[in-house]
Design a protein around this ligand. Sequence first.
Ligand code: GMT
Length: 380
Amino acid sequence: MKIGIVCYPTFGGSGVVATELGIGLANKGHEVHFITYRRPARLAHFHANIFYHEVSGEDYPLFEYPPYDTALASKLVEVVNFKNLDILHVHYAIPHATVAYMAKKILLRTGRYIPVVTTLHGTDITLVGKNPAFKPVVEFAISKSDGVTAVSNFLKQKTLDQFQVEDNIEVIYNFIDFDRFRKLNKDHFKKAIAPNGERILVHVSNFRKVKRVEDVIEVFKKVYEKIPSKLLLIGDGPERRHAEDLCREIGLCHEVRFLGKQDAVEELLAISDLFVIPSGNESFGLAALEAMACEVPVISSDAGGLPEVNIHGETGFISKIGDVEGMAKHAISILEDEEVLKKFRRNALKQAERFDIKHVLPQYEAYYEQVIENAGTLVI
Ligand code: GMT
């Protein structure tokens, strides 16, 4: 198949999933065209089946906001026509589903029907999408997609509850590539970060409010009072400043390392003992799955789709959003006993294997085929 992928090229979850999916499809012989404003962060190497089309709009003094949507729609029309694509797969509804609809209508004028699959990732539904500033357009664009997938049952249900759309959303979970995410031997890193054998807690996110990074620090503080430990904070975003201030306030700066954005997250997960993800909102929690693939148990909140990934009492523990006391208690119960930690590590890996890219890729391929077969039956 010739597949066009539209996504945010950043380190965010939707961009990561879109890029890894594209690479996986290319490895299976499909021709994949990424269409976005920057080379996706995880698209680091040359691949014979992968093409990248950069969207660059015209800047003009009249524009306070350069019209990216228009530039993207024009690019989609161009790439679909000249590369003869079979399908467009857009990740994160805003604005990609709307723009794909526009491109589809434009292409129809010349009798070309391009089927569009929209993958809903999270805040495009739970936060931004339901905002009245976007809702009517998001609802319309979802209902005009030829196929819609959601990354968890939770997100599917949320979409059906919040929007008037048909109940034909396919759940296809986030996935993991074990060629990359597995427990590597990085003992020299461990020695550098925890020279006295301290436990290592880790958190990876885009440091947005929804991630509740301050809860991570509060949990760490309580663990640290009982067990010698270190905290690694990976990623960057608007809440980082606040998080650093909090560490200073509680006098734990020397035990917390802010590592910023990291390309090789798996190398840091390899030396970690516990992953903390206390989000207030999380449709799936890809970062938790990546940790589990590296045999790191998870302390999470019960937000959104997290309980579909992290199994309470098996791969880690789940507490109510904001229950830092409970999270710390659970964390200590895993970290204080080597045998318990080993058991949770094994379980985490076993659960992560359910989400192996090898099982999930064929689900996307089958879904594309189904959508292409039904193309043109939707009234647009
Ligand atoms: O919404 C975000 O925080 C970023 C978002 C994205 O689209 O980049 O992440 C979402 O998509 C990921 C991949 O499907 C999911 O694993 C994350 O759980 C989800 N984030 C939220 O729902 C907050």
